[in-house]
Structures are given as C-alpha cells and as structure tokens.
Design a protein around this ligand. Sequence first.
Ligand code: ADE
Length: 328
Amino acid sequence: MPPSGGRSNYNCSSSRGNSARTKSVSICRDSQTQNDADRNRFRMSNRSRTLRMRRDVLELASNFVSLFLVLGSLYKQHKKKQRPMSVTTIAVLVAMEAEAAPLIEHLGLKKQDKSPFVGPLPAVVHTGKVGDTTVHVITNGTAHGFGVDSVGTVPAALTAYQVCEVLKPDLLLNAGTAGGFKAKGGAVGDVYLATAFKNHDRRIQIPDFDVYGVGATDAAPCPNLRAAMGFKDGVVSTGNSLDCPEVDSQNITSNDASVKEMEAAGIAHVATMFGTPFIAVKAITDIVDGDKPSHEEFMENLGAAAKALQAAVPKVITFVAGRKIEDL
Ligand code: ADE
C-alpha cells in the first residue's frame, strides 16, 4: 500500500499480460520501496523539524529569561539610585590622636586591633554603634619614621581613600582643630560646621590649573543639621603649614575662609571621587590674625578644643544617624 498522501503515481492494478504483470509487480514493489523511503524521509524530516523547533523554543525561552534578569537588575539599580539613602555608617576622620581620644571615649568605641585597610597605612580605626548606626572614628596614625601623628593633606587623603573603599561610609565627617580669624568674628573654642573646602597653598598660575589649585568643593548640603546644631558657618581653607605667611594669608582672604586647617580639602578631593557626602566640624584652637604665634596657642588650647569636639561631634552623629542624606 502506498502511503496515504504518498507521492507515487503508479497504478498497481492496471497490469495487462504476464510480462506486463511481472513488470507491473516489479514497478509496484519499486514504488512501494520508494514510498517506504519517502515515508521514512518524511518521518525523519518531521522529527528533525520538531527537534529544531523544540531547540528554537528553548533558546527563545532562555533568551527571555536572560533579558528578564538583566532588566530586573537594571530596574533594581535604578530604584536603588532613586531611593533616598539613609545614614547607617558614618566615618569620622581625625588627624591627631589627641583630638580624637575624648570623642572615642565618649562614644565607647572599640579599637580594631587588625587594620581593615590594605598595605602599610598607619591609620587606626575605632568602631561602635550609636543607636542602629555604625560609627568609625579613624585617626591617621603615626607617621612612619617620624613617630608623630600624620597630619596634613597627604595622610588625610590616603586614609580617606581607604576608608571610602573599605568601610564604605554613607557620610564622611572630618573633625579636628583649626585656626580661626578675628576678622571673621572667630574666637578660641568656637565650633564651625564647614560650608565649603578650599586650598590656600596650591598656587598654580596656569589657566584651569589655578582653579584646580584652589579646588573649591561644597560641603554636603545640611540645612537642618546647621539649624539644629547652631554652630558657626564658614569656608574651611586647607594648607600643609601651621604658620601663615603673607602669601597664604592673601589666599585665605580670597578664599573667604573663616577656618584654617591642614586636612579637609584633601579629604574633600577623595569624597568627590567616591561621591560620598562630606561634612566637617572644626574647633578653634588659635586665632591666626591674633597676637600669639599659632603653634603656641595651638598647644595651649588643644585639650580644650578636643573637649569641644567631644561635645559637638556626638550631637552631629546623633542628628544624622538613620536620617536620609537629603534630610540633613
Ligand atoms: N590646626 C589648628 N590650628 C591651626 C592653624 N592655625 N593652621 C593650621 N592648622 C591648624
């Protein structure tokens, strides 16, 4: 029997005479073989078509799943970026141990015996909780080969970089002592909340590099914090010297600064790189445009200024802890 729907046009019953019959039988057998082969080929091609279709459907489904996963993760990232971030980890950067000690004690922080940082960075980390918020106080540590605290912009930036990379704070807070200015209404013991950070000793008289030299960076906007704390506002100007030669003095004036210190602009540089909100609280130890040499007045008032920080910084931490950056 030819397969129903087969392609043979032979008629097996239309034979005349013997030879004709033999021929017809042979033709008929040939045609049956042909039909079987056709049928097999047909079956095979149907099967391989089905397999191919199945494979295509699977491939399509897996492409859909991948697309779905990629879109899902893009959506999550988008939502995360949109979500106002609240402060759950704060890093308080302090240059000198004497500036940080009362604060560390007040907050009951524990020293991390093993440094979390990579390489020979001498920074020291103290960690604890204020409510649900993790607080790290990081001092720059002792300068290799000198045995004194690592003050200045280079250690400040190195520490800030590792802090941002390893501790991933939601907020960077630089706390420390600073010089104030009579001309700006400053007095020893004042506490300032910085409005912006600038450099006064990076003088590069080449177009664009001059602007980079000053490196003006705004502090993270924090109007509610300002109102709640009642500290003084002012631009913080940073340089790598404690004294104030005329050229620095001129730059500090053109920076419209109320505060002179040695770290904040270096930290601001790193905070900008990481996109980490950055604020600074500075307690005044000496009056730069006053009668006494800065180094003498600084040493006289370091303890009192550290106490002022001990009072001021926990208030700032308590205010910002758990709050959305946008609500500071
Ligand atoms: N830290 C405290 N007083 C300072 C000053 N006058 N200049 C730089 N850093 C200081």
